[in-house]
Ligand binder design. Structure first.
Ligand SMILES: Nc1nc2c(ncn2[C@@H]2O[C@H](COP(=O)(O)OP(=O)(O)O)[C@@H](O)[C@H]2O)c(=O)[nH]1
Ligand SMILES: Nc1ncnc2c1ncn2[C@@H]1O[C@H](COP(=O)(O)OP(=O)(O)O)[C@@H](O)[C@H]1O
Length: 183
């Protein structure tokens, strides 16, 4: 198989991380670890969930693309992608929609985009249950970037799979169908 990357995008709480973990557990598809200046959430580990950076250390990386999202910086490096491809020709990455556009442009033949969708009420409820601190959660939900990511950007029209993540079993079935088609 030629190296490929499953790019998982969508608004906060729509299930991107859940699906990335599912791909890892069921199919041994490793995820690319990206960099962020946001503080770790309870249970998140440096070098596993993210590389947690200071503003200074963040800028020392060689980014393939980087964004500002709800007041924090996020970025993914060529090295991170190459490292994941060394483990497996098929890997996944969780990024915002700007990141998804960047991957589609740079690796048009190798990018498979999953656009995760759920309604605002559902995601708000899930983020509360995830334990996100309330003030941060409100700020995140209201952020321009998050509001934007409830819809797929026009640059990706015709080039993505939409997954409506209500019932988790149906969601996993849809993901299974997509993974099995990847050559
Ligand atoms: N473009 C880009 N987006 C990223 C990267 N890493 C994470 N993100 C996105 O940044 C946004 C915020 O991530 P996070 O703080 O973990 O919040 P969550 O979406 O609520 O889990 C999400 O849309 C992530 O997909 C990256 O390296 N590049
Ligand atoms: N279909 C679902 N039904 C119920 N809870 C879900 C579902 N999908 C995800 N969750 C939960 O919702 C929360 C947000 O999901 P997560 O994968 O962290 O979203 P994202 O990475 O897009 O912010 C997590 O606590 C997760 O376990």
């Amino acid at each position: 198989m030629k190296n490929k990357v499953i790019v998982i995008t969508g608004a906060s709480g729509t299930g991107k991380t859940t699906i990335s973990r599912y791909l890892e557990d069921k199919y041994r598809i490793p995820h690319v670890i990206t960099h962020t200046t946001r503080a770790p959430r309870t249970g998140e580990k440096n070098g596993v969930d993210y590389y947690f950076e200071t503003k200074e250390s963040f800028d020392k990386n060689h980014f393939l693309e980087q964004v500002e999202y709800s007041g924090n910086k996020y970025g993914s490096s060529v090295e991170g992608l190459e490292q994941a491809w060394q483990k497996s020709p098929l890997v996944s990455i969780v990024v915002d929609s700007k990141g998804a556009i960047a991957y589609q442009k740079r690796y048009p033949e190798q990018t498979i985009i999953l656009f995760m969708k759920a309604d605002l009420e559902t995601v708000t409820d899930r983020l509360k249950k995830r334990g996100d601190e309330f003030e941060r959660l409100k700020q995140r939900i209201a952020s321009e970037e998050n509001r934007r990511d409830f819809e797929i950007p026009k640059e990706l029209y015709g080039n993505y799979y939409e997954i409506i993540n209500k019932d988790i079993k149906n969601t996993k079935d849809s993901v299974d169908g997509i993974v099995q088609k990847i050559e």
